[in-house]
Design a binder for this molecule. Structure first.
Ligand code: TA6
Length: 292
């Protein structure tokens, strides 16, 4: 008799220091989503190593971002003039779970919403929804709606994905050759990428402009390639803190830089979004992996 395919399930539970999470299990992949920042902190395709990096030293507390997984940078990126903290407030706010859907193929869709709060006062009224689809791949969609009757809404958005890798010195990121990038280690000087495969031998912190819809992380140590497919993401941010910055971050292990790389997808800086009244935008990122 055929054994029935294991069914998918979503279980609300708590993690570190009582933080509410959703544990999602499907026949082909599993995930964990913290309501804090709507941060996907774990994703693992059945039979593979975890796809995402989560620092062993991460804080799990109000007011602090989770160090790893996929923090959501919104409505600003970095720390523009006059902003009190880095990367906006979406990643340090508790989101509401709006819906959980079970697809016929076993995939699970979780939709979360950023609740309105006092921080929003500085912006026109907007709605921010985030849909996470878990199957053998992980798909993320950020939808922004300008709910103002008359004012444009200008914002930055970035899915700040931390990938788990076997050894950063055996990792390359492909698909960036020919792009211009802002080198944040050189005062955001505009440079030109000449490498077909970007390698890592020191700190890297770059905002690539007009990024293509497909990038690939090749991880020789884990024998895996990670495909990053995007829709409406004009920027790709590539970051590894390396030794000194790793040691300077209290929520990051001194040697954890060896097992992670950030390849982030969004629209920041001069490529930020501007929505006219009533307009909506969506940013989609699909993460998948296969043996090298
Ligand atoms: O990933 C790009 C970046 O802006 C880096 O400059 C670094 O600051 C990183 O984000 C992490 O920022 P965070 O505020 O989470 O420590």
């Amino acid at each position: 008799m055929n054994t029935p395919e294991p069914i998918s399930r979503v279980e609300p539970t708590t993690r570190q220091d009582g933080m509410p999470v959703l544990e999602v299990a499907t026949p082909r992949g599993m995930a964990e989503i913290h309501r804090h920042g709507a941060t996907v902190t774990h994703f693992q395709k059945t039979g593979e190593a975890p796809l995402l990096f989560l620092s062993q030293c991460s804080r799990f507390e109000a007011g602090s971002p989770i160090r790893g997984g996929i923090p959501i940078c919104f409505p600003w990126f970095g720390q523009p003039e006059g902003r009190a903290f880095m990367h906006g407030y979406a990643r340090i706010t508790q989101w509401e779970v709006e819906a959980v859907g079970y697809e016929p193929n076993g995939a699970v869709k979780v939709r979360l919403r950023l609740p309105h709060g006092e921080q929003d006062a500085a912006f026109p009224p907007f709605a921010l929804e985030y849909t996470v689809t878990i199957e053998e791949a992980l798909t993320l969609e950020l939808r922004v709606t300008n709910q103002s009757p008359d004012a444009p809404f200008e914002f930055e958005e970035c899915l700040h994905t931390y990938f788990h890798v076997g050894d950063i010195e055996q990792v390359t990121v492909g698909g960036l050759k020919g792009l211009h990038y802002l080198d944040r280690l050189a005062g955001s000087e505009r440079k030109h990428e000449t490498q077909a495969a970007v390698q890592f031998a020191s700190e890297v912190d770059r905002i690539y402009l007009e990024a293509p819809p497909k990038l690939e992380v090749r991880d020789a140590a884990l024998g895996r390639r990670i495909r990053i497919e995007t829709l409406n993401a004009r920027c790709a941010v590539v970051w590894n803190p390396w030794i000194n910055k790793a040691r300077a971050m209290p929520d990051f292990g001194d040697d954890e830089y060896r097992r992670m790389v950030c390849v982030e997808s969004g629209n920041v800086g001069s490529l930020r979004r501007v929505l006219q009244p009533g307009e909506s935008s969506h940013l989609t990122v699909r993460l998948s992996s296969a043996p090298l």
